[in-house]
Write a protein that binds this ligand. Structure first.
Ligand SMILES: O=P(O)(O)OC[C@H]1O[C@H](O)[C@H](O)[C@@H](O)[C@@H]1O
Length: 309
């Protein structure tokens, strides 16, 4: 159910979680990074670029990178912080999971941890502990439970995101429900603030937005695949939506020219209001993604049912 393997091609260490119903997830210790998530039929649900580079300092392109202690390029650190390009450890003695963690005998999970070494303390001089429990549920849903602890003598402040790359059939057939009428910061316009006007979000060009104060549930509907991803989150008020589109795809060395058609990033995040932890304090967050047939909702795409059901 939980297997430790070495990747033949890259030599990197991975953890495989297998749920009795057939769902599986693959996690690289490099980045504490989910790199595959399959449903019980063996269909891949997560996008991973065919050009992903599995070599530090590059973060793996695709999957679920962890952005910590900084989201984006706004701050003193490298883009998206350093957690995504550091080697995490398997945590054999994790802090007791939050009661909502919902572990059970048939729910495979792995506990990972990242603590700073000298190299990290040089660039971000704060003693932290970053824990991640990655778990598969009975219906194949994928959860990440995050904890950050301040084990320093001074407060520190950070931003955070789970940078999930969803696999979609064709980006122009996808829409997001749950972000209508919300305010967002547009990364393509110096983070200027706008209000979403449309009924639902659809895609026909590059998008890079930070939606603010988003609901606990967001639905990503893939019409062609007749599949809906339901992303549930706690402690992560913002949602970043990103697709690089054609032009940017061509300049990314670790991304195929046409791959933008088959991915969409919807990133549960805490960006607008940075989180400050005093010594001894802990911050918790959680994301759960499930993939359900769109027809599951009484044969129609009923966003109310997706969002409120
Ligand atoms: O290329 P990366 O550093 O992995 O970043 C990929 C993307 O991540 C987020 O979605 C940001 O909002 C984008 O501005 C950025 O381009």
């Amino acid at each position: 159910m939980v297997e430790f393997v070495k990747d033949g091609a890259t030599g990197m260490e991975k953890v495989l979680l297998r749920e009795p119903g057939g769902a599986m997830a693959q996690i690289h210790l490099y980045g504490g990074h989910v790199t595959s998530w399959k449903n019980e039929k063996g269909n891949e649900l997560i996008f991973l670029s065919s050009k992903a580079i599995f070599k530090p300092p590059k973060a793996i392109r695709g999957g679920i990178p962890v952005c910590f202690p900084q989201f984006g390029g706004f701050g003193a650190l490298e883009q998206h912080g350093f957690a995504r390009n550091r080697m995490w450890s398997v945590d054999t003695n994790p802090p007791a999971p939050p009661s909502s963690a919902g572990t059970g005998p048939n729910k495979p999970y792995i506990d990972l941890v990242l603590k700073p070494a000298e190299e990290e303390l040089k660039i971000w001089p704060h003693n932290f502990e970053l824990y991640q429990r990655i778990m598969l549920g009975f219906s194949g849903e994928l959860s990440s439970i995050i904890r950050v602890r301040n084990v320093d003598t001074k407060p520190f402040t950070f931003t955070f995101a789970l940078h999930t790359y969803l696999s979609v059939s064709d980006i122009s057939e996808v829409r997001i429900e749950g972000l209508e009428t919300l305010d967002y910061l547009d990364n393509l316009q110096d983070r200027e603030r706008f209000t979403e006007q449309g009924d639902a979000i659809t895609f026909d060009s590059e998008v890079d937005r930070i939606y603010l104060g988003t609901p606990a549930k967001i639905a990503i509907i893939d019409h062609e695949k007749k599949r809906t991803f339901v992303l549930k989150k706690e402690g992560l008020p913002d949602a970043v939506v990103w697709n690089p589109w054609e032009k940017k795809a061509k300049v990314m060395v670790d991304f195929g020219d046409d791959e933008y058609k088959h991915m969409l990033c919807v990133e549960a995040a805490a960006v607008e209001k940075a989180i400050t932890l005093k010594p001894g304090e802990e911050w918790k967050a959680r994301q759960e993604i499930s993939a359900v047939p769109s027809s599951y909702f009484s044969g129609q795409l009923d966003p109310c049912k997706v969002l409120n059901g």
